[in-house]
Design a protein around this ligand. Sequence first.
Ligand code: FBP
Length: 545
Amino acid sequence: MEKSALQIARAAYQPKLPKGLQGNVSVKEGVPTQSVADQEEIKKLFPNTYGMPLIEFVPGEAQSYAPFNVGVILSGGQAPGGHNVICGLFDGIKRLNPESKLYGFILGPGGLVDHKYMELTADIIDQYRNTGGFDMIGSGRTKLEKEEQFEKGLEIIKELGIKAIVIIGGDDSNTNACVLAEYYAAKKCGVQVIGCPKTIDGDLKNEQIETSFGFDTACKTYAEVIGNIQRDANSARKYWHFIKLMGRSASHIALECALQCQPNVCIVSEEVEAKNQTLDDIVTYIAQVVADRAADGNNFGTVLIPEGLIEFIPAMKALIAELNDLLATPEGAALAKDQQREWILNKLSAANKAVYESLPLGVAAQLTMERDPHGNVQVSLIETEKLLSEMVANKLAAWKKEGKFNGKFSALHHFFGYEGRCAAPSNYDADYCYALGTSAAMLMANGKTGYMAIVKNTTAPAAEWIAGGVPITMMMNMEKRNGEMKPVIKKALVRLDGAPFKEFASRRNQWARETCFVYPGPIQYFGPTEVCDQATKTLQLEQAK
Ligand code: FBP
């Protein structure tokens, strides 16, 4: 593999570790834990992995460990830093016993079920240190939830003499990791399962998990490009840029980019839902900002749109729910694409039909595209940025006739998602992920199962970070999924009473009218710590003392 000069220099970067993981490690256990809600039900479903204590790693005495084999799986969407989790894991188990082996299952959880794997040796690992992407072993979205899958997995686990599996994934994958841990514990198979918090969306976070890895790098990558666009907009002064940002559900990415770049508009889906706003309310708000700036002679600006928005607009949510039901019927599932629209219009309830008919044809068709394996609408494929700008253009045209708008409106569209998911990890993510991987190794070495590796206090210098583990059951509650109550890790949406949103809300009116753009520039890997090692604004605001 040929490498650029930066890649070569970056490969030599040694991630910083918290003090508790630097030398000999010992385990400090807290008191027994409870799930965040529905304690009785969760306890009944997880009799072997419920109530375990929180764990912290602290400097300790030298200990000897027998060699142990570990399997690792990357699950779901790519996130910068995944390779460093694997590198931390590899270095961690080799440090405890050089005879230990690491196996990577290929292309996600499906690799475990289909027995597709490779041994990860030092020369493979060394090629991927501090690199973005998941290409070392690939990722996939197969759901690991059926007993027959667990049993198929067990066959290869036994064959390879694997003592523990590490699943690197988001909330759903870690929920499944916990179910797998409980299954193997109940069957006394002697197989441990450990999770790691991944997703650029930033929605796997709570009292114990400060942030999911990849969020930092992805946001900084998008913020760089948004900043470049803003500088272009402010130079040419003739375009409004509508920028959709990834985040399947939560608006953390859009909010973080807004805090970094100070755009004219940033829509936050959670606020739209809380205020019961309609599509027209959102369009009117954006059109008003455009009109106000036009009155000052500024016919340009930026609008950030979270990709999950469509499902947070109550009327759209109701429409999508009915479409899901219709398309899941045998008749609906068998329809040819060109017959879909007419059939849907005949079946929809009056209220949803009106919403469906009001949408541009392209967007309406995008709402009926194939669902992902978890049954989710693939919001990354819906062009919300075009939908909004088209509707804003129509509104402004009407206002022009009424004499309420005298400016020009010319829109350009962007979608930033895939561009950031495999970026080379920032120092924050490189360090955080390496520490997560090392923690996972220590959890396994100490016989733990049903835990997620965690690292806290990450706005402090890395040596002061606190590494440990949290029982996955502690983060669970019962939620309705596909019509059934299921134990799941609570997804963290943007909190309207949280410090990041409050900061944004207190400044957005000024950003809307004036040109307050910030141009963050590219991620820096080498240089002063205040340039290279800062956590996201979200984390800094959340942890401000
Ligand atoms: P994960 O939750 O699995 O990390 O993935 C999140 C995400 O990056 C979303 O932001 C986006 O909507 C989705 O993946 C896109 O999925 P795909 O990679 O399957 O197109």
